[in-house]
Design a protein around this ligand. Structure first.
Ligand SMILES: COc1ccc2cc(-c3cnc(C(=O)NCC(=O)O)c(O)c3)ccc2c1
Ligand SMILES: [Mn+2]
Length: 258
């Protein structure tokens, strides 16, 4: 699901990008977590929400899978994560506004990476990302147990999540994202999945997090940004393991020496 940046924003989008970039640089260096509310504004936010609901109602989503990709028995899978997902790159039909959102987040991350010359944000070299993962927790108590997005250096350095849930009331609807940032001692970051809110956090072991049970349909769009060096090493490691597996499967292939 690796994807490339698309580009092209208009005037008021640029104003949003400049404002949020400063916020991201400051908060990611200080906390490793950054929350921005009223990111796109009501109209643009609503147009993104309408496209996501449209996709979901067309049935384009599949059950979220475990990283191993194994077809775990449905019951076990549901006890670990209950989201339904769809991967898109923003150029599909009826995804124009999702594409605009992706462009803006790309611009923010690229600028923050360039402008934060010496901070933690500056130490990465962010040149790519995954496709956008549009996720829906159906609201039947679906949740996601405490986990780390990138525990084993797969290249992902920043998680960006855009929430789309109008009038969300955590007391009634649940669905709280709780992050347990290391270095925050016994404090946690409780993030409500509010409409037009965007969240950034380091994807690695610095930020274990969980999605608590949701009792109302809960939509989010997630992008993971790659650090070039870590991603390159992860792909090399994956290729080496694939060849070793091929050899150990004894399927008669020539021995390939890496
Ligand atoms: C092998 O294929 C796949 C495909 C999709 C995958 C999606 C996730 C994932 C990770 N984190 C969250 C999360 O933390 N959401 C926080 C929130 O919604 O507030 C989430 O919803 C989903 C993990 C592994 C995957 C593997
Ligand atoms: Mn996660």
């Amino acid at each position: 699901n690796d994807s490339k940046f698309l580009g092209v924003c208009d005037r008021d989008e640029l104003d949003i990008i400049e404002k949020v970039t400063m916020h991201v640089i400051r908060d990611m260096d200080k906390y490793g977590v950054c929350v921005v509310d009223e990111f796109l504004g009501k109209d643009r936010g609503t147009s993104v929400l309408n496209e996501v609901v449209g996709m979901y109602e067309k049935g384009n989503f599949e059950d979220g899978r475990l990283v191993s990709g194994s077809d775990t028995a449905d019951s076990k899978l549901k006890t670990i994560r209950g989201d339904q997902i769809s991967w898109i790159d923003g150029t599909e039909n009826n995804c124009k506004n999702i594409g605009m959102l992706i462009n803006m987040v790309d611009s923010i991350i690229m600028r923050a990476n360039r402008q934060a010359d010496n901070g933690v944000m500056g130490n990465y070299n962010i040149v790519g990302r995954t496709k956008a993962m549009v996720a829906c927790y159906p609201g039947d108590g679906s949740h996601y147990v405490k986990h780390v997005d990138n525990p084993n250096k797969d290249g992902r350095c920043i998680t960006a999540i855009y929430y789309l849930n109008r009038d969300w009331d955590v007391e009634e609807d649940g669905g709280l994202l709780r992050i347990f940032p290391d270095g925050w001692k016994d404090q946690v970051a409780d993030i409500q999945p509010l409409f037009d809110r965007i969240l950034f956090f380091w994807s690695d072991r610095r930020n274990p997090h969980e999605v608590q049970a949701a009792f109302r349909t809960r939509y989010a769009i997630t992008l993971w940004y790659f650090d070039a060096a870590e991603r390159e090493e992860a792909c090399r490691r994956y290729e080496r393991e694939r060849k070793i597996n091929l050899q150990s499967n004894g399927n008669g292939l020539r021995t390939i020496v890496c």
